[in-house]
Design a protein around this ligand. Structure first.
Ligand code: FEC
Length: 316
């Protein structure tokens, strides 16, 4: 039965988190390393990367914009449910646990949770949900998770449109002089043995987008690997060198389908590091614009939230 009051549902949006100032670098990096503090020298290297992109990452502000648009889109089409937004970070306060506590204290008993990382990964995204659910248990709160949202049609539609626009603007004598590399964050190599489906999900999505714009050849590469241990291969530097030397490529277009917005891994690892490599190889560097708070892209998240069973429990 439709009542006069809308049911309150918490909308928990979780992202990686980013330092807000120089003093945050050490605790942030320590959290990324699961409690093991990096050396001062390692922090200095990290500081240089943030300095190179202008001091701070725009990640926090963009996540806020995406999350607010998501809440707006969900509430616009919901007669019976009112979504209330809470943001929690993996590696910076307010942490995921803080956001869940705030929801609990606000009297929320049911919530949906989504990570600003579109592919399910045992290594990467599962831990966000575990942390949220562990804290939710204190409040007797139910959390329904969007485990992935890369299969939503709007997700591919954004990248299709953005890639097509970028390709149309690249100037080479023939189309086959353009090399296209889809990229996503690398993972430590041992995840393969954990049975993580992330590499296959990224590969399938790259294939779908490549086919949608009629590419006859393209590459998939892993970027932003950490400095210690073995990581998924091939990495983006190796693939860039290979396509330029083997295929007479004159321009390389990077499509970072593993990420959702402008942040350190894009603004440094692509726009500075990959660009420097392209300069060295004497080819043009191009990068497809990140979705940020694009309406269509955020709709992919909204659709994924709407597909959750939490909606079945309330009157439509
Ligand atoms: O803009 C910003 O300020 C933050 C950008 C940022 C995003 C991001 C996403 C992912 N990471 C993932 C895994 C790892 C592993 C290590 C690691 C290290 C770093 C460092 C920084 C950093 N990550 Fe990150 N990551 C971002 C930022 N990440 C800074 C520390 C310096 C460095 O090593 O480059 C290695 C830890 C170690 O050293 O042992 C592993 C994964 C993602 C994508 C999924 C997600 O967003 O959760 C996986 C954005």
């Amino acid at each position: 039965m439709r009542g006069p009051m809308k049911e309150r549902i918490g909308l928990l949006v979780m992202d990686y988190g980013t330092p807000n100032c120089e003093a945050d670098l050490m605790p942030y990096y320590t959290s990324i390393r699961r409690g093991y503090a990096p050396t001062e020298a390692e922090v200095a290297v990290l500081k240089k990367r943030y300095d190179a992109i202008g001091g701070l990452s725009p990640l926090a502000a963009i996540t806020e914009g995406q999350a607010e648009l998501l809440a707006k889109q969900l509430n616009e089409h919901s007669d019976d449910v009112s979504y209330e937004l809470f943001i929690g970070h993996k590696h910076m306060p307010p942490f995921i646990e803080d956001a869940v506590s705030t929801m609990g204290e606000a009297g929320i008993t049911k919530a949906v949770a989504i990570v600003m990382a579109p592919y399910f990964s045992l290594f990467a995204t599962a831990s966000y949900f575990e942390r949220a659910k562990r804290r939710a248990a204190r409040y007797g709160m139910t959390i329904c998770e969007v485990s992935a949202w890369n299969e939503e049609p709007e997700f591919s539609a954004y990248w299709h449109q953005a890639l097509q626009t970028t390709l149309a603007a690249v100037q080479t004598e023939t189309p086959d002089q353009i090399g296209v590399i889809f990229t996503a964050h690398s993972l430590p190599y041992h995840v393969i043995h954990m049975g993580d489906t992330y590499p296959e999900a990224v590969a399938a999505t790259a294939k779908r987008i490549a086919e949608s714009v009629g590419l006859t050849s393209y590459e998939l590469a892993w970027q932003s690997a950490g400095v210690r241990g073995d990581w998924l291969t091939p990495d983006v530097e190796t693939v860039t060198r290979e396509i330029v030397t083997k295929n007479d490529v004159k321009a390389v277009v990077y499509v970072p389908i593993g990420f959702v917005c402008d942040h350190l891994e894009i603004l440094y690892d692509n726009d500075i590091a990959c660009r420097a490599l392209c300069d060295e190889l004497k080819v043009t560097y191009e990068r497809v614009p990140m979705p940020n708070a694009d309406e269509l892209f955020v709709k992919a998240m909204a659709q994924a939230v709407r597909h959750l069973p939490v909606k079945d429990e309330v009157a439509e």
